[in-house]
Design a protein around this ligand. Structure first.
Ligand code: NDP
Length: 453
């Protein structure tokens, strides 16, 4: 790291203590931008990166609600409005017990660059709560979502801040939050994305992140004249992103062999085919069960319980060509990265946000594999959210084919933008630098145009 990046990081750590994920996300970007800031002193003198690191606004609030036993529960609510240089704040809401300020700041920071890459006019934001929907009844989830929106509604709006889903926030939660927003604001607008088709949602939005991550992998493979046909793929998670990643891998002729949840993972050497994926979708989205049940249903599969005492994740230790981490941050450490390389994996397309630790990223980059960082590879979700906003503004709905074609085109354009940035700044094949640089330039120029605000 240069002296500039080093002193920037010292400052970030001093001003934002106990936020390791945020430090990690900023450090990666600061390293990628060194050569940009050297060539463009105007960005340094305008303190663009220093400004991007500081959220425009952080909203923290209490979320009190009553559970089924009549007991009062209190959760924390957050919304980070990170950057609005190129459009209204846009980014998901995460409901998970691990949620804290540092995690949401890392996600909001990444979102700024990701949204810029989509070519759509969206700023960056993120929010959520330490509420855990797991094991809660539908009525409890509804009461929580209503209580959460009771405060959030005054801060958001279709031209201000448009939240969406993330871990623990799917169609059910978006529905309850939208209902409460509509009641409080007395208006029917596109204030949330990920809505159901019947009331303003976009076709392909549920599929978009997973499909996009696979399209991005296909784009990377095409630079070597290859495709996903016949490729064995490791997928982690079993939620929204993982499910549609598997669906698109199957469509493009690949073979997904793993899925997981926080309790463990399944390895199905025969492949997770369309029928088995249908079982997983019902298990996870309707019955809200655990992935362990897959192994009881299909004898070709082996289930391995999560073992917190291990310093690696055995899911990443199987022979394969491609990996699609689709669960959560830092799920691939250096040991996992080495296991992936040793097992023949040469394509990693990140459906999850920051799923690889910096040491793991270093190994992928040094070994020159096709490594698509989350900012670029999982931007399809927010891209189709942007398309949902456009359709809401027009009060019109595009067909499935139309949205899917636009998604494919956007993923292709993101790939091209990354490659061009690596060529312009002489860091060939490094999609991490490509995504960070291409995402940064557009936001930085907009900030310069708009003055010190
Ligand atoms: P879901 O809640 O639908 O699924 C998350 C999956 O990951 C579940 O299988 C969950 O298991 C597992 N998981 C979550 N946290 C952990 C953990 N700490 N350890 C092990 N497993 C874990 O979320 P999504 O599929 O929407 O999101 C997955 C990833 O993709 C996240 O990183 C998210 O930020 C990212 N992403 C999502 C987008 C979207 O459109 N939804 C857009 C872009 C990125 P369990 O049920 O046991 O918790």
């Amino acid at each position: 790291m240069s002296g500039y990046a080093e002193s920037l990081m010292q400052d970030v750590k001093a001003k934002n203590p106990a936020e390791p994920e945020f430090h990690q996300a900023v450090e990666e970007v600061a390293e990628s931008l060194e050569r940009v800031l050297e060539r463009h002193p105007e960005y340094r003198s305008a303190k663009i990166l220093e400004r991007i690191i500081e959220p425009e606004r952080v909203i923290l609030f209490r979320v009190p609600w009553v559970d089924d036993r009549g007991e009062v529960q209190i959760n924390k609510g957050f919304r980070i409005e990170m950057n609005s240089a190129i459009g209204p704040y846009k980014g998901g809401l995460r409901f998970h017990p691990s949620v804290n300020l540092g995690i949401l700041k890392f996600l909001a920071f990444e979102q700024v660059f990701k949204n810029s890459l989509t070519t759509l006019p969206m700023g960056g934001g993120k929010g959520g709560s330490d509420f855990d929907p797991k094991g809660k009844s539908d009525r409890e989830v509804m009461r929580f979502c209503q209580a959460f929106m009771q405060e959030l509604f005054r801060h958001i709006g279709p031209n201000t801040d448009v939240p969406a889903g993330d871990i623990g926030v799917g169609g059910r939660e978006i529905g309850y939050m939208f209902g409460q927003y509509k009641k409080l604001a007395n208006e029917f607008t596109g204030v949330l994305t990920g809505k159901d088709l019947n009331w303003g949602g976009s076709r392909i939005r549920p599929e978009a992140t997973g499909y996009g991550a696979v399209y991005f992998a296909a784009e990377m493979l095409s630079t070597r004249g290859e495709s996903l046909e016949g490729r064995t793929c490791l997928v982690s998670g079993s939620g929204n992103v993982a499910q549609y990643t598997c669906e698109k891998i199957l469509e493009l002729g690949g073979k997904p062999v793993t899925l997981s949840d926080s309790s463990g993972y399944i390895y199905d050497e025969a492949g997770i085919d369309t029928e088995k994926l249908g079982y997983v979708m019902d298990l996870k989205n309707v019955r809200r069960g655990r992935i362990k049940e897959y192994a009881a249903q299909y004898k070709s599969a082996m289930y391995t319980e999560t073992d917190a005492s291990l310093d690696y994740n055995p899911l990443w230790n199987h022979k394969a060509h491609c990996a699609f981490p689709s669960a959560t941050q830092n799920e691939i450490n250096d040991k996992d990265a080495q296991n992936l390389l040793d097992n023949g994996v040469y394509v990693v397309s990140e459906g999850a946000n920051m799923p690889t630790t910096p040491e793991g990223v270093r190994l992928f980059v040094e070994n020159k594999i096709l490594y698509g960082p989350g900012k670029a590879a999982n931007a399809g979700g927010v891209a189709v959210s942007g398309l949902e906003m456009a359709q809401n503004s027009m009060r019109y709905a595009w067909t499935r084919e139309e949205v899917d074609n636009r998604l494919q085109l956007i993923m292709k354009d993101i790939h091209t933008a990354c490659v061009h940035a690596t060529e312009r700044f002489e860091t060939p094949g490094n999609y991490v630098d490509g995504a960070n640089i291409a995402g940064f330039l557009k936001v930085a120029d907009a900030m310069i145009d708009q003055g010190v605000v």
